[in-house]
Design a protein around this ligand. Structure first.
Ligand code: HEM
Length: 559
């Protein structure tokens, strides 16, 4: 071979020092150094994690295979496996550590803390949807916005929504009258109704002027949840760098177009009304629906269902009894727009984020809760009879609208609602990012900083030590004598502590008015026993087999 033919290596450079070689010489040690640093920085976490019991996994992927299959299969698998394990359980998903806590004493440490308030990293997938909204924000921003928003769900504001809850509930009855005797998925009806109720109450706009049906919005939300759940379970879709090149990204953009389209319109109409000096909801209430706004003495007789936790001697920012003053007693969007006029506490983009957050949190959770309630009525006719007896006692056959005072009399129905939220908590899992090690109360274990702490409400609500016969639907679980000595953190459908649900009183009042109106008009029939339900826990708990029920009229349906 002639010496003039350059070797591909030597010919490129007379020595070993080519730019390519320098790159490799530097890259390899840099990678080794980075890996050594990464391993070292995780040593503390891995040492503590090694002591926590868990399911054996595989190298590199850990327990990731437990999260494969259909939504229902994943949910079923996790629930079944966790039943036989202890109350603290570790799971590795690739390099990510998740520690599940099921002991109420441990849960209290996390949820009551003002330190462990950061949402888990997995919530970042909501960012394109909610931006920096209350559900996912943290630190000073979260604190300032929580302080601003919590009073807008004060009982005195909620009482002013009673008439609109009534009007909207009767409109659902009219729609359902057309389905008599046919099998329906009641979740479709509940989703549409809960979106429309939110528009007319917390947002204070008329649903008629929004040009897009609540149903389209609700369906877009449901599909967005499917995408987010898919990214939580199909791990290759989790990093944006891959997700952005998939068909799901385009689909997500389309869905967000529908979702943000509605919220933009809502903010625009409210601002226009505000500019004209109009305050409060612009939705119309026909004269016959106008009930007397209850006086302050009634607020003092609030039962535990509305004033969650107060009965257990616990208070948070929603349980303040003091009169917060006329100025602060404004509905959600009214107050945000007023605050934005000064531009200090909240700007326009942040208002949109909060509207997106409340529209999602406020509708999908209550749609699931009310749908499960109706299924429970169908599955337990004896319990349904008792609910009807109580309602007949309160309303004595009259068609009059529900008053706030009536809702306080619905003691048995409230127990049924609580029991529904126990067995089927709409938010089946709450997750936090730990910034500091957490020494557990139930054992000597320490949960390491840097991991995700997951609180599976669905499992906690079925602990046999706390709820004997936990799979039985038994509203008496919420008799005062039974709740009195129960650990407060053993029933957490609305979470608890500083990051508890701001909408819980709104939810309970709305559900009582909506569901009592339905139960005054219909009997629910269902021949699917509870143990045949196929559940899926993608963000919000649902029945994968559909919320199938039939309705028959309790009295002659309106023509
Ligand atoms: C049955 C109905 C509802 C249930 C079961 C429920 C449950 C929950 C839960 C468990 C959380 C904590 C989530 C977490 O930490 O990841 C939460 C937070 C929240 N909920 Fe609800 N919710 C319901 C209804 C509502 C309603 C009607 C609204 C508003 C109108 C609402 C607004 C919010 C907001 C804004 C947060 C975030 C609070 C914060 O982080 O400071 N929720 N909800």
């Amino acid at each position: 071979m002639s010496a003039t033919v350059a070797s591909p290596v030597l010919g490129a450079s007379p020595g070993l020092i080519s730019p390519g070689n320098i790159f490799y010489f530097l890259l390899v040690p840099a990678l080794i150094l980075w890996y050594a640093y990464w391993k070292l920085s995780r040593r503390h976490m891995e040492e503590l994690a090694a002591k926590i019991p868990g399911v054996p996994g595989y190298p590199l992927i850990g327990n990731a295979l437990e999260f494969t299959g259909t939504s229902h299969a994943i949910f079923d698998n996790l629930v079944t496996k966790s039943k036989n394990l202890g109350r603290v359980l570790k799971v590795w998903i690739g390099h990510k550590l998740m520690v599940f806590l099921m002991d109420p004493d441990d849960i209290e440490l996390v949820l009551s803390s003002h330190e462990h308030i950061d949402k888990a990293e997995e919530y970042r997938l909501f960012e394109p949807w909610f931006g920096n909204g209350l559900l996912i924000s943290t630190g000073a921003k979260w604190r300032a916005h929580r302080k601003l928003i919590a009073p807008t769900f004060h009982l005195n504001v909620l009482k002013s929504f009673v008439d609109l809850f009534n009007v909207n509930s009767l409109q659902v009855v009219e729609k359902l009258n057309k389905t008599i005797g046919k099998e329906i998925d009641c979740h479709d009806y509940m989703s549409e109704a809960t979106v429309e109720i939110l528009l007319e109450t917390a947002m204070g706009v008329s649903k008629k002027t929004q040009g897009q049906s609540g149903y389209d919005y609700a369906m877009a939300v449901m599909k967005m949840c499917d995408i987010i759940h898919l990214r939580h379970t199909k791990l290759w879709l989790y990093p944006d760098i891959i997700f952005n090149f998939t068909k799901y990204k385009d689909y997500q953009n389309k869905l967000l177009g529908t979702i943000h389209g509605l919220t933009r319109k809502v903010v625009k109409s409210k601002k226009a009304a505000f500019a004209q000096g109009i305050r409060g909801s612009i939705a119309e209430v026909p004269e016959e629906f106008k009930t007397k706004i209850s006086d302050k003495t009634e607020a003092k007789t609030v039962v535990e269902g509305l004033s969650f936790g107060q009965s257990a001697g616990l208070k948070d920012d929603l349980d303040v009894d003091d009169d917060v003053g006329e100025k602060k007693r404004m509905a959600f969007l009214d107050l945000l727009i007023e605050a934005s006029q000064s531009g200090v506490v909240i700007n326009d983009e942040e208002i949109k984020n909060q509207v997106d957050t409340i529209m999602f949190e406020g509708h999908d959770t209550t749609a699931a809760g009310s749908s499960f309630f109706l299924c429970m009525m169908g599955a337990h006719p004896d319990i349904q009879d008792k609910v009807m007896e109580e309602l007949d006692e309160i309303f004595k056959g009259s068609d009059r609208p529900v008053t706030f005072a009536d809702t306080l009399e619905m003691k048995y129905m409230e127990r049924c609602l609580m029991e529904t939220l126990r067995k089927y908590p709409p938010v089946p899992l709450i997750a936090r990012q730990l910034r500091r090690d957490l020494k557990l109360a139930s054992s000597d274990l320490v949960v390491p900083a840097g991991c995700t702490v997951a609180i599976p409400t669905f499992r906690v609500h079925r602990l046999p030590e706390i709820y004997p016969n936990p799979d039985k639907f038994d509203p008496d679980n919420f008799l005062p004598e039974r709740t009195a000595n129960r650990h407060y953190y053993a029933f957490i459908p609305f979470s608890a502590g500083p990051r508890s649900c701001v909408g819980r009183k709104y939810a309970m009042l709305k559900l009582k008015i909506l569901l009592s109106t339905l139960m005054r008009n219909f009997r629910v029939i269902s021949d699917v026993p509870e143990d045949e339900y196929k559940l899926q826990g993608d963000i919000i708990l649902k029945r994968a087999d559909g919320f199938r029920i039939k309705l028959v009229p309790r009295k002659k349906a309106a023509a």
